[in-house]
Design a protein around this ligand. Structure first.
Ligand code: SF4
Length: 438
């Protein structure tokens, strides 16, 4: 029996992208995970379990049946080539290198590339495009921040090591006493798990973030507010918060979908950004979105530098075109426009609205996945993927847009080298078929 211990492994689950995980591997199976939270541990333990997809599947006679890899790759290429409005969606749990190949496929077939931010932090991206964003890295937060605010975010549940690794608890260069050197404030519509450990919890009424942020801006600017309450919060309490924000040495506001997806959406985020800009007249203040998946930020980066647009990029005109609401996943599917779809590194079958999922069930669907999920249940071709950061190396971007190189630790259980390799095989087949047709 051989047992090896591998240190400094990257966890490719959430946007924290923790890179200090220790794995104990016995005869090719992960038997012990150290330093990861429960979410990370579950993914690592699952990675070598019997539940993994180990071979390709093709739908025949209504059911998914085992197929040869070459046959499945060729069918995937044919489906995409024959489509007049193909959509390549997902990318949040795969590498930047895989997305790079995906963009080449979309260019070749005149398709659309969209990613999960289309249904989560797209309001934050729209706000960033309109206002810019005073931001910083998580390393700066750890070393410098003495005021940490979570607005509409509950990292204790969604990003379990965020507080301990980057924000409230770690000892930093200028914050040697860790938690004792920082003030933790939570603004949310309910008393969340994070609010329970905060120094100060401010409960706002649902869908009132824009008003509360606007009044906070007025108070930071020293303007008079002729109201007693706004969004369910006493204005004098907001006045105290404004003074705390102005008086800190380095403040940061992490905002989640509680802000970006409540009424007002991108305007809420823009108001938070403007507040940080106002505060920078008094102190150093940054804002950061709590990006969910391990590489959702990376997909915005790669699409941004390769096409000029961060998501919902349409190549049907022969050049990159971007118009969220027209070229984004839910709209395309709900309108019945998409006639073939490739999904990788996401589970839209579990998360999109009913009309969009119904369309996915009607059209040829290719899925690259590591395990069965609601999307594979709808698929016509299922290709096994490799877990990036465990079975294949690659680059992912942490939520603060810092790229992290993750390593291969074990051989892929499916024998497929990487998601990048799977997409390159599809791309090569598309090119060959197009060449043969000329
Ligand atoms: S906080 Fe996120 S990246 Fe870190 S171990 Fe947990 S799931 Fe993995």
């Amino acid at each position: 029996m051989s047992r090896v211990v591998v240190e400094n492994v990257g966890c490719t689950v959430c946007g924290c992208l923790c890179d200090d995980i220790v794995l104990e591997i016995e005869d090719g199976r992960i038997v012990q995970v150290r330093h990861a939270c429960r979410m990370g541990t579950a993914k690592f333990m699952h990675a070598t379990s019997e539940e993994r997809l180990r071979y390709p599947l093709i739908r025949r006679g209504g059911s998914l049946r085992r197929a040869e890899l070459d046959e499945a790759l060729t069918l995937a290429a044919e489906i995409l080539l024959e489509s007049s409005r193909p959509l390549l969606f997902g990318w949040s749990e795969t590498s930047c290198e895989a997305l790079r190949v995906g963009i080449r496929i979309a260019e070749e077939i005149g398709g659309i590339v969209d990613n999960c931010s289309s249904i989560c932090h797209s309001p934050s991206i729209l706000a960033l495009q309109s206002t810019g964003m005073p931001t910083c890295t998580l390393g700066e937060v750890k070393n410098r921040a003495d005021l940490v605010i979570y607005w509409g975010a509950n990292p204790a549940a969604s990003h379990p090591r965020h507080l301990s690794r980057y924000s409230a608890f770690p000892r930093g260069y200028f914050r040697e006493r860790g938690r004792s050197d920082r003030r933790l404030v939570v603004v949310d519509v309910r008393r969340s798990e994070t609010a329970e450990i905060a120094d100060w919890f401010i409960q706002v009424e649902p869908n009132s973030d824009y008003e509360v942020l606007t009044v906070l801006r007025m108070l930071v600017r020293g303007l008079e507010v002729n109201r007693e309450r706004v969004g369910g919060v006493r204005v004098d309490e907001l006045g105290r918060l404004a003074e705390v924000m102005k008086g800190c040495s380095f403040g940061v506001m992490f905002f989640g979908l509680g802000l970006a997806s409540s009424r007002g959406k991108s305007w809420n985020v823009a108001a938070a950004i403007r507040l940080a800009e106002d505060l920078n007249a008094h102190t150093k203040f940054a804002v950061l979105p709590m990006r969910g998946h391990c590489n959702v930020a990376g997909t915005n980066q790669v699409l941004g530098w390769q096409t000029g647009f961060p998501y919902a990029v349409d190549f049907s005109r022969g050049y990159a075109w971007y118009n969220p609401g027209e070229t984004s996943v839910v709209d395309l599917l709900a309108r019945g426009e998409v006639d073939a779809m490739l999904v990788i590194g996401a589970d839209p079958g579990a998360h999109l609205p009913k009309r969009a999922v119904r369309r996915m069930a009607e059209i040829p669907l290719i899925v690259v996945e590591i395990s069965h999920n609601p999307t594979t249940m709808l698929a016509d071709v299922v290709l096994p993927g490799a877990v990036v950061g465990l079975e294949s190396a690659g680059t992912c971007y942490r939520m603060d847009d810092v790229p992290v190189r993750v390593r291969q630790v074990i051989p892929p259980v499916s024998g497929v080298p990487s998601d990048e390799w799977v997409l390159e095989q599809i791309y090569r087949r598309i090119r060959e078929r197009k060449g043969a047709g000329r």
